[in-house]
Design a protein around this ligand. Structure first.
Ligand SMILES: *Cc1c(COP(=O)(O)O)cnc(C)c1O
Length: 366
């Protein structure tokens, strides 16, 4: 039996009766950009995340870029980030003209190794960009301690980790800026592109509010260059409805993860473990296997959806190679890129489908 990697239609069926009248209402209002839906959504999600401010922007990538800009990061600055993530996490650093400096992942994790950051700090370091990959928060305490010691701001790429918790508290307000994506495949997805930046800093908040509308709202003279990066009313209307379901959807993802762990126990694959202080939301359920490519081929031959996140660490990408010194080594991210395999996970995935996936993996190992 085929198992889809992701089936967004199942979720839509559960909310269409709430969403469709709302879309018509926005259309009839003819308010499309920065109106009452965006205002209300920003307040509601700030309350959900437990932060002072939330600013809707056009994508997760833009949230990261505008955060870097708001913190004054630019040419000749260095920004430290993890060697293993979606392209955007490092691409945004180059996009603002800064140099990415890569750090290997931690043991038993796909997130940055806090112990390896200190060696990479130089006079040019301007910020640390931490990614919470696959929905699991990175170890923030040691990173925060180090950042405070060096007076460095931290930006969180929380694009895959909305609702995740660190030591029992939702991430979002831990640092200068946490960035979220509402791309349709994320845990909280809209009907296109959308993003958000959460912050407790009044300075970052005001700066990003201006940056998303060309520098400043409603003035003829401009001191800074901004861009056009806004969340629109239709997306905000969809997100307001979906936000109310988010906790239930995260709980369903955790159920799927627990089921996978139970069924895959004893096989020669590593499953993501539940760590009590890290409230993983399972944006992705990524196992590792030494026979990853053969396993993937077999699952796909049985029409079981799976994907590689990510096959190439940043230090090996053409765009970034020139920023890596020959003596820099990243053994753990290299192993991750060769062994990681994402299995189907979404709130509407059925137990019997998880059993099908687990059975196919068992068969593979004979
Ligand atoms: C999705 C994602 C982004 C970018 O978000 P977009 O909304 O697609 O621009 C950035 N970082 C990570 C880790 C992501 O998963």
């Amino acid at each position: 039996m085929a198992v889809p990697f992701l089936d967004l239609k199942r979720q839509y069926q559960t909310i269409s009766s709430e969403i469709e009248p709302k879309l018509v209402q926005v259309a009839q209002s003819q308010r499309y950009v920065l109106g009452p839906e965006v205002d209300a959504f920003e307040k509601e999600i700030a309350a959900y995340l437990g932060v002072k401010h939330a600013v809707g922007v056009a994508s997760g990538t833009d949230a990261l870029i505008l955060s870097l800009k708001a913190l004054g990061v630019g040419h000749n600055d260095e920004v430290i980030t993890c060697d293993y993530s979606f392209f955007s996490s490092a691409g945004v650093i180059r996009w603002v003209g800064a140099r990415p400096v890569f750090v290997d992942v931690a043991k038993h994790s796909f997130n940055i190794d806090p112990a390896a950051i200190a060696k990479k700090i130089t006079k040019k370091t301007k910020a640390i960009l931490v990614v919470h990959l696959f929905g699991e928060p990175a170890e923030m305490d040691p990173v925060k301690k180090l950042a405070a010691k060096h007076g460095l701001p931290i930006i969180e790429d929380a694009c895959q980790a909305i609702g995740a918790e660190y030591q029992g508290v939702k991430i979002g307000g831990l640092t200068e800026s946490a960035c979220y994506s509402f791309y349709p495949t994320k845990v909280l997805g809209c009907f296109g592109d959308g993003g958000l930046l959460a912050t407790n800093s009044d300075q970052v908040y005001h700066a990003v509010q201006d940056l998303r509308v060309h520098g400043a709202k409603g003035s003829d003279d401009r001191a800074t260059i901004g861009t056009n990066s806004r969340l629109d009313e239709l997306q905000a209307a969809v997100l307001r409805i979906k936000l109310r379901k988010l906790e239930a959807w995260i709980a369903a993802r955790r159920h799927c993860a627990a089921k996978y762990r139970e069924l895959l126990a004893g096989l020669p694959v590593q499953t993501p473990q539940d760590k009590p202080h890290l409230g993983h939301t399972y944006n992705s359920f990524v196992i590792t296997s030494e026979k990853r490519d053969a396993l993937m081929a077999q699952l796909r031959s049985k029409e079981i959806g799976c994907a590689i996140y990510y096959s190439r660490p940043f230090h090996l990408m053409t765009a970034f190679k020139k920023f890596v010194k020959p003596q820099e080594k990243f053994p753990r991210s290299l192993i991750a890129s060769k062994s990681a395999l994402a299995l189907p996970i979404f709130p509407e995935l059925h137990d019997h489908e998880i059993e099908t996936v687990a059975e196919a993996i068992k068969q593979f190992y004979g």
